[in-house]
Design a protein. Structure first.
Lengths: 123, 185, 1001
């Protein structure tokens, strides 16, 4: 069972409280009824489903009830970051290389969240 | 025309069972007035004033004043509880700022889990960390218990109030009695 | 006659820690035996001189006890408390005995000593690894019908119990700062430091008590005390510490993402009379901020001919049986080793008075104080030699010794042989955590390499071989991890003396079982895999260890490579002539040891299997003898049979009563959502096809909800209670997903709207009163609402009171009759229902269930989403074009409806179907064809979605989805059934009161 940080509850909660809601950042056109077949098909059906980093939606359905977005590695199952619905897609490069990003002095808070390091060498 | 000697009587879905199992008692809570309150931050002050308590703004927290309690459920959602027959619904009806108040008094059933090991009883089906550090007295959260959704509120170190929807109350009550038997072992 | 406390002839006075006076009686295959309190089944059997406890999986070879722990691959037995509490494949080395314990051996017939299946052993040249992949290829059908059932019957171990398990199982979610897995020296040292720093610690161990190897390493001191005493005292002080949870008899079986570790605590398996409240097992689902793995190491056996004979054990097991249980595993115990640790066992046995005729050491010139000590005790130590074979069948009787590189053979008579090929660090949980192991070439073992999770391995499982090194490492880890969780504290370092050296030994087949031989030298006892089988797999082209594993089943099933893994790997590597790391290591999978279904399911049984949702009026329905129908988790009254009525008769009576007088129906399960806010109407415009802005306050409208693809998702009646407040109803089954769908759009697509959604499904009990007398029935009970047609026409809603309690009264109909749906706060539902029923009964008011409701709505052609639609039906297909707002520019599904395929000809459309023979009732789901005389497979042009006998129409009625159905009105189509073709006429969907006049009655 994963632990997922809810950006609204501001803490990690057990996966049982959440429901995955598919790919994030799909934009429903404000003029959807005028959309071309191709554009509509892309919106309705076509998904990235990459091996590796996924931008995906979750709903804290048995918690605060809010939908939010997450960047998760589909191989390791690790969450890189979570962010509220409506917020822009985070800079994955900065998340993966926080040192480089902090040089540019704009390191966002989520950059602190990184994969746990190997502990063996530190013993 | 309609002149009833007696108005329709309430029927609670749970029968109070054995009071205690070992150190922990699992009992149905009294009837309560409940409102599902929704509002944006700019309405909180006016709503707080009408309610006579400061609506909590931090996740997993509550505010109480007398019998009245407001549980933070989500960033724009509170479950407000008060004694049966309270003026809660009427108090909110007077508020003019943008909000949604829906009477859910009969939607939910409360169950009180109390006694030494109450946290373990709830943890028989609730995956949240209920240590006092993570879930202190006064903490509340919507979460899960076994296969249902509940709202969990810690009212004292060894007392939790479990709120669930009415038709799930039999399950919740049975579940908590079962886990209470386990904790008593 | 007196009963003497006799607990087995192999019990050695003064040895072990059990109390001779505390005897326990149990039976093994019907034979009554005595053991001591604290015995495992294995130690008690050995005390009674019993080594033969089972037959092997494939060859039915006699098998004994190999180990003294959970790695046991052989000694699997059946434990039966009673018919419903029966557990196969229990490890005799783990099961503790209790008074009355009943044990049966497995996989033998007719008896353990004479087993017919043992003939497989003679045929074994025909049953090599992978034989079933090749031998039973032809004829194809025979696999399912003959080969597989026969093989399954002949192979296998325990028998699955036939009755439902009456034991209780429980579950606990737990959180801690530091979880320590393993209660040996390292685990205790780590837990002690972490606990003293103040961290919340859980420590678990699969044994009934702590100590691990300290239970038999009698030469150890820690803190100046004997190792075992230190372990016991440390565990007791941990138990007494508030921030520590000590779980003994608890196995950490699975290590999952983000330090989520599954433990199973065995609570009553060791008790003679467990209390009825006591669960048999408790599942602990632990979320640990830090995990310390102190899982130790597992001793390997030597791989030589007939190394599986009963009486051949691991050296450490013999030591445990002696020093913990006071049991000698034999009277004449040979020793076969490739490292030092078996010497300690030999020395202990010799000192206890057991004859140790020989220690056979494969090493050419080993030197170590223990070797000298053994020699000084008069044991014959033969180095550079190997045991080429073991004699005896149901018990080892001799060993044949030869120099490693060949030479003359010597036979030594023994009644037990203990062996050690070295120690395999138990990296199972580390590997489960997705950590990557690294090959330690110098010591020929895999050790934790790259960590994937926030955990640390300490002690033997980390390759820290000396006791002092393990303690220091463990204490440092406990302190460091506690510190990382915010707890700092200092703990006095532990000083240790003595202890087993865990290093070195050998892997792979021993001399005499090499590639040039055909002997049965077992690598994996549980799966009957020999060194020869592994080599065969390589010859057959399995060059990856994952393929070798699957071809041979080496390390599969419950063994999970505990004893077999490294040997198998080494033999495969040798056959492939590649270094071991290049051949790879198979993945260790959860569970570490078998976990019962009971523990996994825990509370979710019987009433708690799944929530059963009952309406406020449920008890009334039950008291009236209603039959119930499951609708999702809900129990709904299906029909109310009266004396002598079958379902058909009851439903007919209920349907007729609704049309002639009135019926009362429990509609409480319908989903309800309160939509509140100034943009409520705007929001509904976007979520439903219908227009809502202009719906007047106090009016109702039937709404259709689509998915973005244009297909019908749900439907329901929506009432406007105020400008900014709507009462939305959904289908019973659709309630949760509709709420989620609406929240999704509100939060992520239309967050600018000022509106909120609240589920009120369970706030309201809903009592439908339908039929010509509906108004007359409810009128006297209602206060504050003008019920006249003028004041409250069809499709309107009013708030007022009924029976003295608040109501939202809907005038609406799902029957085609004039009628009401009375919403009252749920706790009042039962009382109001009864009041309405009492009032209406003299007027013919009849309770009707969901079946009559279905018939009545079908008579009117009202659809049920999910029955007449299936996720591929548009409003146009369902004849609901009228419900689409013509001037709307946006709603969910508006673009989907424009898709080419959805507007093209040839779509399936909902039509009525009348059988030519009015008495024939079609089957729902039956296929429809245009020409019944065409060859099979026929071209199917539609199917029946709803079909009933309608007593009100005096005939059967049906609806179906038919290609271009609306163009076919009047056509005759055909429904081919097994016993003949049914002719149907395509009609409109309304079968009763086509003009709809009764609604306004």
């Amino acid at each position: 069972m994963l632990l997922i940080k809810c950006p609204y509850c501001e803490e990690e909660r057990p996966e049982l409280e959440f429901r995955n809601a598919g790919e994030a950042h799909l934009v429903r056109s404000p003029a959807i009824s005028e959309q071309s077949d191709d554009d509509f098909a892309a919106f309705l059906y076509f998904r990235q489903n990459p091996k590796g980093l996924q931008f995906e939606r979750w709903r804290h359905i048995h918690g605060c009830g809010r939908f939010f977005n997450a960047v998760r590695d589909s191989v390791s199952d690790k969450f890189l970051t979570v962010y509220k619905a409506g917020e822009p897609r985070p800079d994955v490069e900065a998340l993966l290389n926080p040192e480089a990003a902090s040089v540019s002095a704009t390191a966002a808070e989520p950059a602190k969240k990184r994969a746990p390091r190997a502990k063996k060498g530190e013993l | 025309m309609a002149d009833f000697a007696q108005a329709a009587q309430r029927a609670h879905p749970l029968q109070a069972g054995q009071a205690g199992i070992g150190s922990v008692s699992v009992t149905p809570a009294d009837n309560a007035t409940r409102v599902s309150l929704r509002a944006r931050p700019d309405a909180v002050a006016a709503l707080s004033k009408a309610l006579g308590l400061s609506l909590p703004l931090k996740p997993k927290t509550t505010a109480t004043a007398g019998n009245r309690a407001a549980l933070w459920i989500g960033p724009d959602e509170w479950l407000v509880l008060d004694a049966d027959g309270s003026s809660l619904v009427a108090d909110l009806a007077k508020v003019k700022v943008l909000h949604s108040a829906v009477d859910v008094s009969h939607r939910n059933i409360g169950i009180i889990v109390s006694g030494r090991g109450a946290d373990a009883v709830v943890n028989g089906g609730c995956p949240q960390d209920l240590s006092l550090g993570a879930f202190p007295v006064g903490a509340a959260s919507r979460t899960v218990l076994g296969k249902i959704e509940i709202v969990l509120w810690r009212t004292a170190e060894d007392t939790f109030r479990v709120e669930c929807w009415r038709s799930f109350s039999g399950y919740a009550y049975g579940f908590l009695q079962e886990t209470a038997r386990d904790v008593a072992v | 006659m007196s009963t003497t406390a006799h607990s087995g002839s192999n019990r050695i006075a003064g040895a072990g820690r059990l109390v001779p006076a505390k005897t326990v009686r149990f039976t093994f295959d019907g034979q009554s035996l005595t053991g001591l309190e604290g015995d495992t089944l294995a130690s008690a059997l050995l005390a009674n001189g019993i080594h033969l406890v089972g037959r092997s999986f494939k060859y039915h070879r006699p098998r004994g006890i190999l180990s003294a722990g959970s790695e046991e691959p052989n000694a699997l037995v059946d434990i039966e408390r009673d018919k419903s509490r029966k557990q196969p494949n229990v490890r005799a080395t783990v099961q503790e005995i209790y008074d009355g314990l009943k044990v049966k051996s497995q996989n033998r017939w007719p008896s353990l000593t004479f087993d017919v299946g043992a003939i497989n052993d003679l045929f074994s040249p025909m049953l090599p690894a992978g034989f079933y992949y090749k031998t039973f290829m032809w004829p194809k059908f025979a696999w399912k019908t003959i080969y597989e059932p026969k093989i399954r019957a002949a192979a296998g171990l325990g028998v699955v119990p036939g009755e439902a398990d009456t034991d209780r199982y429980s579950n606990r979610f737990a959180h801690c700062d530091v979880l320590v897995v393993g209660g040996g020296a390292a685990g205790l040292a780590a837990a002690r430091t972490a606990a003293q720093a103040g961290a919340k610690v859980i420590i678990c161990d699969e044994q009934p008590e702590a100590g691990g190897a300290l239970r038999y390493e009698t030469d150890v001191t820690i803190d100046g005390k004997p190792g075992y005493d230190w372990a016991t005292e440390t565990l007791a002080s941990l138990r007494a510490t508030e921030n520590v949870t000590v779980l003994t008899r608890t196995t950490a079986f699975g290590y999952y993402a983000q330090n989520f570790v599954g433990l199973v605590e065995r609570i009553s398996d060791h008790l003679s009379n467990p209390g009825s409240d006591m669960p048999r097992e408790r599942l602990w689902q632990v979320r640990a901020r830090k995990v310390i793995l102190a899982t130790g190491a597992i001793e390997r056996h030597m791989v030589f001919a007939n190394n599986d004979r009963p009486g051949i054990l691991l050296a450490s097991a013999a030591r445990a049986y002696l020093n913990q249980y006071g049991v000698a595993v034999g009277r004449k115990v040979g020793v076969y080793t490739a490292n030092d640790s078996a010497y300690a066992a030999a020395i202990d046995l010799k000192r206890a008075g057991v004859d140790v005729p020989v220690i056979v050491d494969t090493r050419d010139n080993p030197s170590s104080p223990v070797i000298e000590e053994a020699r000084s005790l008069g044991i014959d130590v033969v180095t550079g030699h190997a045991v080429f074979s073991a004699g005896g069948k149901r018990r080892v009787s001799s060993i044949s010794i030869r120099p490693n590189r060949g030479g003359s053979e010597r036979k030594v008579v023994v009644d037990a042989l203990i062996m050690s090929a070295g120690w395999t660090p138990s990296v199972h949980l580390f590997s489960q955590s997705r950590g990557k192991v690294a090959w330690d070439a110098a010591n020929e073992r895999f050790l934790p390499g790259t960590y994937a999770q926030d955990c640390v391995s300490v002690g033997a499982c980390n390759g820290s071989d000396g006791l002092q090194q393990a303690l220091d490492e463990a204490a440092a880890a406990g302190s460091k991890l506690a510190g990382e969780t915010g707890f700092k504290g200092k703990t006095k370092a532990l000083k240790a003396t003595g202890g087993t050296d865990w290093v070195l030994g050998m892997i792979g087949s021993a001399p005499g079982a090499g590639a040039d031989t055909t002997v049965k030298a077992f690598v994996d006892f549980q799966n009957d895999v020999t060194a020869k089988d592994v080599r065969l797999a390589v010859r057959e082209g399995m060059h990856s260890i994952e393929h070798v594993k699957r071809f041979t089943t080496n390390g599969m099933a419950t063994d999970q490579g505990k004893t077999s893994n490294l040997h198998g790997l080494a033999i495969a590597a040798e056959a492939l002539n590649r270094p071991i790391p290049a051949v790879g290591l198979t993945t260790f999978r959860a569970p570490f040891t078998p976990v019962t279904f009971g523990a996994i399911v825990n509370h979710a049984r019987h009433d708690l299997f799944d929530p059963t949702r009952r309406t406020p009026m449920h008890a009334w329905h039950a008291a009236q003898g209603a039959a119930f129908e499951d609708v999702g988790q809900w129990k709904r009254a299906w029909y109310y049979p009266q004396a002598g009525e079958d379902m058909h008769a009851a439903v007919n009576r209920e349907c007729v009563a609704v049309r002639n007088q009135a019926g009362i129906f429990d509609a409480s399960t319908l989903g309800k959502i309160e939509v509140v806010g100034p943009d409520a109407a705007k929001f509904l415009e976007l979520l439903y096809t219908n227009p809502w802005e202009k719906l007047g306050v106090g009016r109702l409208r039937y709404g259709i909800m689509l998915r973005e693809d244009g297909f019908i998702y749900d439907d329901g009646v929506v009432g406007r209670l105020a400008e900014d407040r709507f009462h939305v109803t959904t289908t019973t089954g659709g309630a949760p997903r509709v709420m989620n769908h609406m929240e999704d759009y509100l939060q992520t697509e239309f967050p600018h709207l000022n509106v909120w959604l609240t589920s009120t499904t369970e706030q309201w009990a809903v009592i439908a009163v339908q039929g010509p007398k509906a108004r007359e029935i409810i009128a006297p009970l209602v206060e504050g609402i003008d019920l006249s047609n003028e004041a409250m026409p069809h499709m309107s809603v009013r708030e007022g009171r009924i029976c003295g309690v608040p109501t939202r009264l809907f005038r609406m109909s799902f029957t085609g009759e004039a009628g009401y749906e009375i919403n009252v706060p749920a706790d009042y539902g039962r009382a109001v229902w009864e009041a309405v029923y009492e009032r209406g009964k003299p007027l013919g008011l009849t309770p009707y269930g969901t079946e009559a409701m279905h018939v009545l709505r079908a008579e009117k052609g009202y659809i049920i989403v999910g029955q007449d639609t299936d996720g591929t039906v548009t409003p146009q297909d369902a004849g609901l074009t009228w419900a689409i707002g013509k001037n709307k520019t946006d709603y969910v599904g508006i673009r989907g409806l424009l898709r080419r395929d959805l507007v093209a000809d040839g779509r399936k459309q909902l039509v009525g179907l009348k059988t030519k023979d009015a008495h024939v009732v079609l089957e729902e789901g039956a296929q429809i064809v245009a020409n019944p005389n065409q060859p099979v497979p026929m071209t199917m042009i539609g199917h029946v979605t709803s079909s009933y006998w309608s007593q009100n129409c005096g005939r059967s009625i049906a609806m179906g989805l038919v290609i271009d159905g609306t163009k076919r009105l009047g056509e005759t189509l055909y429904v081919p059934m097994p016993d003949g073709v049914i002719e149907v006429e395509v009609t409109g969907t309304v079968f009763f009161d086509e003009k709809g006049e009764r609604l306004n009655g």
